[in-house]
Ligand binder design. Structure first.
Ligand code: SF4
Ligand code: SF4
Ligand code: SF4
Ligand code: FES
Length: 578
């Protein structure tokens, strides 16, 4: 087949130059022709099992599925003929028999394709009897769940969990009794990445919801001070829920929306990211200087990656940096330094992290991260949950007047802004490492080799006399490949970044649905744009972080607690423990 050969097809009478080898669905999307689809996702193999994307092809009796049928020269396709509409309607009505609607509390509601198709095709959603009312819900710790009563058997969750190298999900039974279940064999455990959730078209796999609890404390505050803190990556993704273009930066609108929800203060996790960078860079320098130290140093700000190491590769626990993750760092500062300055008792401060992530729900309640016997982050809401909360309160983020985050935890460097993209954590740490080592000749700002969506990136970077071997992985399947390489050659790298989700947090398990490669690319581009727009682009130059660090220097014991953590080998699966 000639590469990129152009062929002529017609869709709904419109002449189109399609690429040989692409599917009808791909060709149609490129030309802005929408064909309804549910099970199709560009990240997973085509399974063609929902049959919502059926089309009519001239000369063909059957209706093939657009997601699995490749274009041919001269093909004439109708996407909305009478025959197509009747078949699609029937298929959708059958899907509604698989999916018990729970719309009032479903964070997918405003972007739900099923509901949109129900309206478009005037479905009788109760035409067929619900077949799944007795299915179980499986809860994975406090982070993710799979509700069998909503599942339409598309199997995307099984595919992505396998791509993550976790293989925690499988199929039970056959035919109409088919069910998605966790593997309970003692050898597999969920790591809470939420990739099953962000690839589920019908919110059967989803985050465990905590927005109702947050809604309640915002309504009934009593003497509490409710603080929101926003993660680096959500400012370039949440706009999609409000029909803004992919990658639109909405930091100010996000802050204003949270104030409209009655949060008392809105802080930026980017402040915490600057702290994480400093601790990680110091640790990198320390380990590079000391020949007995364990290398490669591995990033640890992704809790799903940490869990993956703790359960599947505990031999690499000593490699993980002891730096806490950004929202835990900033929450630690909020509940100590800031609370002291604001004269608020730690017990009266409630911190809500708005995250692209389901694993952060699990991380927030880890006992190792407590201070004075309290969790530092009280609630974690995903990007989707916040979007849903705003919709429930009729707050339109797209139209609200932007506002600034509160200081001191509203200030951040450009280095913090890129934390949400694969390679961003390492690039931030390299900037600070170079500068602290006083190797100014290096340039020390833009490390292009670690950027981009490629699953594995490797490079050698020169810091003074030393060549640092670095490796960056996004997606746990890719991280696993690097760990296997290290098992064979322990000196393969000096420094390694791993993020569980494709593209990093911009593709996180709590991000808007859908999240596709194109969306991830635009979201990442926006984060680098924020970085370039900042005068201060190195974490340790953030003056507010410096002040907080000076305060910690006077509180030696607290300093260690707030800045560092430890990890544990997990011998038995814990996700399904009650
Ligand atoms: S959260 Fe991640 S590890 Fe757990 S079941 Fe879903 S995809 Fe698999
Ligand atoms: S849980 Fe969601 S992604 Fe998994 S098979 Fe069911 S509908 Fe598909
Ligand atoms: S990559 Fe980001 S969103 Fe995904 S699990 Fe890790 S921290 Fe969470
Ligand atoms: S999207 Fe094509 S069969 Fe499901």
């Amino acid at each position: 087949m000639e590469k990129n050969k152009i062929i002529n097809i017609k869709i709904n009478g419109q002449e189109i130059k399609a690429k040989e080898g692409e599917t009808i669905l791909e060709a149609a999307y490129r030309f802005g022709i929408e064909i309804p689809s549910l099970c199709f996702h560009p990240d997973t193999p085509v399974k063609a099992n929902c049959r919502v994307c059926v089309v009519e092809i001239k000369g063909m009796e059957d209706l093939p599925t657009a997601c699995s049928t490749k274009v041919c020269e001269g093909m004439e396709i109708k996407t909305e003929s009478v025959k197509v509409k009747a078949a699609r309607k029937m298929n959708l009505e059958l899907i509604f028999a698989e999916h018990i609607e729970k719309c009032p509390t479903c964070p997918l509601k405003s972007t739900c394709k099923l509901l949109a198709y129900a309206r478009k095709y005037r479905l009788k959603i109760n035409r067929f009897k619900d077949r799944k009312s007795k299915r179980k819900t499986y809860k994975f710790a406090n982070a993710v769940e799979i509700d069998g009563t909503q599942c339409i058997d598309c199997r995307n969750c099984i595919d992505v969990c396998a791509q993550q190298g976790v293989n925690f999900l499988t199929l039970k039974n056959r035919g109409s009794d088919i069910e998605i279940v966790p593997v309970n064999d003692g050898k597999h455990d969920c790591v809470y990445c939420g990739q099953c959730a962000v690839h589920c078209p019908v919110a059967s796999a989803q985050e465990q919801l905590h927005f109702q609890e947050v809604e309640k404390i915002l309504k009934d505050k009593k003497d509490k001070i409710i603080v929101a803190q926003i993660a680096p990556s959500i400012r370039s993704s949440i706009g999609e829920i409000f029909n803004l273009p992919y990658g639109k930066i909405v930091t100010g609108q996000l802050v204003a929306s949270l104030r409209a929800l009655c949060f008392d203060y809105v802080f930026d996790v980017n402040f915490g990211a600057d702290m994480t960078t400093i601790i990680e860079a110091e640790e990198l320098i320390e380990r590079l200087k000391n020949s007995k130290s364990v290398l490669p140093l591995m990033t640890s700000c992704c809790p799903a990656w940490v869990r993956f190491v703790e359960f599947y590769y505990p031999e690499f626990i000593p490699n993980l940096t002891t730096a806490r993750s950004p929202h835990i760092h900033s929450a630690g500062i909020i509940k100590t330094y800031w609370a002291e300055k604001a004269e608020i008792d730690i017990k009266d401060v409630v911190v809500v992290s708005i995250m692209p992530c389901t694993a952060k729900k699990f991380e927030a309640q880890r006992k190792e991260l407590r201070i004075k016997n309290r969790n530092l982050v009280d609630f974690v809401l995903t990007t989707r949950e916040l979007g849903f909360l705003l919709e429930r309160k009729r707050i339109n983020l797209a139209k609200i007047e932007p506002q600034k985050a509160d200081n001191p935890l509203g200030e951040h460097s450009g280095a913090a802004a890129i934390y949400g993209a694969s390679g961003g954590v390492m690039e931030s740490a390299l900037r600070t490492t170079c500068d602290l080592l006083n190797k100014k000749e290096f340039g020390c700002i833009d490390f292009a080799a670690v950027r981009g969506a490629e699953g594995i990136k490797k490079a050698n970077v020169k810091i003074g006399d030393r060549i640092l071997k670095i490796a960056v992985a996004n997606g746990l399947g890719n991280a696993k490949k690097l760990l296997e390489e290290l098992k064979k050659n322990p000196k393969a790298f000096d420094y390694m970044e791993a993020m569980a989700c494709p593209g990093g947090c911009i593709g996180g398990g709590g991000q808007p649905i859908p999240t596709t490669p194109k969306q991830r690319a635009e979201r990442a581009k926006a984060l680098y744009q924020i970085d370039r727009s900042k005068k201060i682009r190195m974490a340790h130059k953030n003056p507010q972080v410096k002040k907080a660090m000076d305060w910690l220097d006077k509180n030696e014991k607290l300093k260690h607690q707030i800045l560092h953590t430890r990890y544990k080998k997990v011998k038995k699966p814990e996700a399904l423990k009650k």
